[in-house]
Design a protein around this ligand. Structure first.
Ligand SMILES: *[C@@H]1O[C@H](CO)[C@@H](O)[C@H](O)[C@H]1NC(C)=O
Ligand SMILES: *[C@@H]1O[C@H](CO)[C@@H](O)[C@H](O)[C@H]1NC(C)=O
Ligand SMILES: *[C@@H]1O[C@H](CO)[C@@H](O)[C@H](O)[C@H]1NC(C)=O
Ligand SMILES: *[C@@H]1O[C@H](CO)[C@@H](O)[C@H](O)[C@H]1NC(C)=O
Ligand SMILES: *[C@@H]1O[C@H](CO)[C@@H](O)[C@H](O)[C@H]1NC(C)=O
Length: 201
């Protein structure tokens, strides 16, 4: 009887302890972020949110991309977000400061951690609030869509971080054109709107 209990206990061990260990490996931040890897444009492939209200908002997007570029100042990188929905394009231009495992925005109090992933042309960004809870997880890639195995990995990562079921972006919808300048009057309203949205994170 005693032996049976020990066997049962040992058999249960892997089941009880595998989940946290697997999660620890799945949601590891990049240990050193390389600007040359970041540079250029990334298309949004999928997102996972903590809150349903934000998930609903996320689903209204047709497409999105981010671009990292140089600025005249050494430690500052320009960061452009482009969101397409209902036939229009919203542009938000920010300056960011690169950190070891992510970056922070120079104008708003928000930090992004880049998580490691097996997919080499992917960029997994996690947005945390002040209490260090991950509220949003965005999967970007140089491709418009990732394969099933990579999507499974993202799904598992989202689950580890207690996110809702991920939502994929339709890869057949065209990306908005990239735009270098952020001075056009028509973009001012959109810029403010997206910034407000970011601050709610
Ligand atoms: C961008 O920055 C990289 C690294 O700092 C540098 O090698 C490259 O020449 C810069 N490009 C432009 C267009 O300034
Ligand atoms: C940028 O880097 C160069 C060379 O590393 C340095 O001489 C220059 O002072 C830096 N400029 C700023 C604005 O930090
Ligand atoms: C980003 O920084 C550059 C200087 O490095 C500045 O000219 C530009 O206006 C800044 N852009 C934003 C959106 O803050
Ligand atoms: C990142 O993931 C790859 C592939 O899954 C792995 O080989 C590498 O060791 C990981 N790096 C870190 C810092 O966890
Ligand atoms: C951060 O998000 C978590 C999960 O939604 C929430 O419980 C916590 O109160 C938030 N913290 C702040 C400072 O907003």
């Amino acid at each position: 009887m005693f032996a049976l209990c020990i066997i049962a206990f040992l058999c249960l061990l892997p089941v009880n302890y595998s989940a946290p260990a697997a999660c620890e490996n799945l949601v590891r931040p990049l240990d050193h972020l390389d600007f040359h890897h970041l540079k250029g444009r990334w298309a949004l492939v999928a997102g996972a949110m903590r809150d349903n209200s934000y998930l609903e908002k996320f689903k209204t997007r047709d497409s999105a991309s981010v671009s990292f570029g140089n600025t005249s100042e050494n430690s500052t990188v320009s960061f452009q977000r482009v969101i397409g929905f209902s036939g229009s394009c919203q542009y938000t231009q920010s300056n960011i400061t690169l950190k070891a495992s992510g970056f922070s925005f120079n104008d708003i109090n928000m930090a992004v951690t880049i998580l490691n992933m097996s997919c080499p042309d992917c960029l997994l960004m996690s947005f945390k609030n002040e209490s260090n809870d991950v509220l949003r997880l965005y999967l970007f890639s140089r491709r418009r869509a990732v394969d099933q195995k990579e999507m499974e990995e993202f799904r598992a990562q989202a689950e580890c971080l207690n996110m809702l079921e991920p939502s994929a972006v339709d890869p057949t919808k065209e990306l908005c054109p990239e735009k270098i300048s952020d001075t056009a009057d028509t973009d001012t309203a959109a810029q403010t709107e997206v910034k407000t949205e970011g601050q709610n994170a």
